[in-house]
Design a protein around this ligand. Sequence first.
Ligand code: SAM
Length: 232
Amino acid sequence: LFIDHPLTLGQGIALGSDQAHYLSSVMRQGVGDEVLLFNGRDGEWLARIERLAKRNGDLVAVRQTAPQMDPPDLWLVFAPIKKARTDFIVEKAAEMGASRILPVQTEHTNSERIRQDRLQAHAVEAAEQCGGTFVPEVTDLLALSRLLDGWDATRRILWADEALVGPAATLAGLKRGPWAILIGPEGGWSESERARLSAMDCVTRISLGPRILRADTAAVASLALWQAELGD
Ligand code: SAM
């Protein structure tokens, strides 16, 4: 269970209404039962339920069961698409160890806004489900051009370009370190975006194979490629 609270030995933790409901009504837990907690910073902890009502309750942290495990420094930058598919991208990126998830508006992006809080909640659920101790931050929608204006070139960019059809890239030989994967919208990249990205030294343009993949598939495929060669 994710809990936004410091976790140390003997620490008392007051449950919010959703968490109390989840433990009492969904998981059918009660006083004396134990539950695994993480907060994204202090590893995984076993906690005991001291008091549990439908809308509140108290836990106490008993012992640390796993140290904090942070993923490699990999960002996923993507243009949001339809709601359910955007949810899918965030969920899979969190499962596959992205350290930060950045929805961006590109020239051909349809969506003007996202529900950042909803997407962050999906990232939390994904981290809970795969037993991770880290939750990637999902940032609010921002323009790709602005993101690139302030780009720190020590973070290399893996740019998935559908115009580069052909065999899927191998990433062997690329340097380890901070990376960002860049996935375009259903409408693909504009010519000016292509020109800008091509002119950046920190960008490596890759193909994901001879077929045009949907953006959600492309995100998962490129995360897998990166993890296979440059991940932990
Ligand atoms: N509308 C575009 C077209 O028909 O050419 C397709 C865009 S595709 C659905 C969405 C994004 O997924 C692309 O901008 C790119 O980042 C990525 N993508 C999909 N297939 C790819 C491939 N074979 N190679 C590299 N990137 C790909």
